[in-house]
Design a binder for this molecule. Structure first.
Ligand SMILES: C[S@@+](CC[C@H](N)C(=O)[O-])C[C@H]1O[C@@H](n2cnc3c(N)ncnc32)[C@H](O)[C@@H]1O
Length: 281
């Protein structure tokens, strides 16, 4: 299976043996802090994908038309004006997050081409702080990733300034370059952001197609992907669609409930014969 950029959605070596392994995948989303991961005996992960809270505070919708009723300032402010994206977007403990990731990723292998990695979606401002902190937790290497949209959510005052159409992430690895299923093709660090027509569960929900591309690049079928703060569960859905195991944590009850619903819907469509192990705490 290939997407429009020619990045395989299944992974480089989609051998029958690997596909068989992928049929035994498990998927779970825990309504808990990732800090409590020891309760759940998670297997070690080949890839962590995390979209950490941006701690933007009360101006999360600052340049977005939804600040106003119907997107028009003549109508006055909407209920989103002066609000956080979500009320758990505060006091995120980034040190504990790094500790979790370095604990949960598989050990650095002796061979090249097999090392694990983590991808952290973050705000433009968070990138350098994250790179410094990650070094203290053993992640010596990093690669910046930029995802460009063909639209902008920041169109207020668009005739007065440049508007943003990018999302940022940093890929971290310890010593060896991470596993890379690129089929011998060059992969640019600026990638298109696919626009998906799905009803959103989470205000900062990531497109499943994009997450599948990342999963396919850095893991093989049957391996484990973990998302410590998984919101809508998009990463776990992407892992499932790609034949990888996926484990996520989400503290907000309403997001967790909807994420579990989505995972169950996927289960009934059953693209892979997996064991559905979704936990509701
Ligand atoms: C930026 S959102 C993730 C959105 C997700 N990538 C998606 O596509 O839906 C971050 C999420 O982390 C959750 N969160 C914050 N602190 C957490 C923690 N300590 N453990 C687990 N989840 C946490 C928040 O409730 C929020 O839903």
């Amino acid at each position: 299976m290939e997407n429009t950029d020619g990045i395989s959605l299944v992974g480089g070596d989609a051998s029958a043996r690997k596909m068989k392994k992928s049929r035994r995948c498990k998927h779970a989303i825990y309504n808990d802090h990732f800090q409590n991961f020891k309760r759940y005996a998670l297997p070690k992960a080949q890839l962590v994908i995390a979209d950490i809270p941006y701690n933007i505070g009360k101006n999360a919708y600052g340049s977005n038309p939804s600040w106003y009723v119907g997107g028009d300032n003549k109508n006055g402010q909407s209920e989103l004006a002066g609000k956080n994206f979500f009320d758990t977007d505060v006091n995120f403990n980034i040190n504990e997050f790094m500790h979790f990731c370095s604990n949960l990723l598989v050990k650095e292998p002796k061979e090249t081409g097999k090392a694990p990695c983590m991808i952290v979606f973050c705000s433009h401002m968070q990138q350098f702080g994250l790179i410094d902190l990650a070094k203290k937790h053993g992640f010596k290497g990093s690669i910046p990733l930029v995802f460009y949209k063909n639209f902008s959510p920041q169109v207020l005052k668009a005739n007065m300034r440049i508007v943003g159409n990018c999302e940022y992430a940093v890929l971290f690895y310890r010593d060896k370059l991470p596993k890379f299923n690129n089929n011998g093709k060059m992969v640019f660090n600026a990638m298109p952001w696919p626009r998906e027509q799905v009803s959103k569960i989470h205000p900062t929900q990531k497109p499943v197609m994009l997450l599948q591309q990342l999963i396919a690049l850095f893991t093989d079928p049957g391996e484990v992907v973990v998302d410590p703060c998984c919101g809508s569960g998009s990463t776990i859905i992407a892992a499932k669609r790609s034949g990888r195991s996926g484990y996520g944590f989400e503290i907000k009850k309403s997001f967790h409930r909807d994420a579990i619903k989505w995972l169950h819907q996927e289960g009934s469509q059953g693209s892979f014969l997996d064991v559905l192990d979704s936990a509701i705490a």
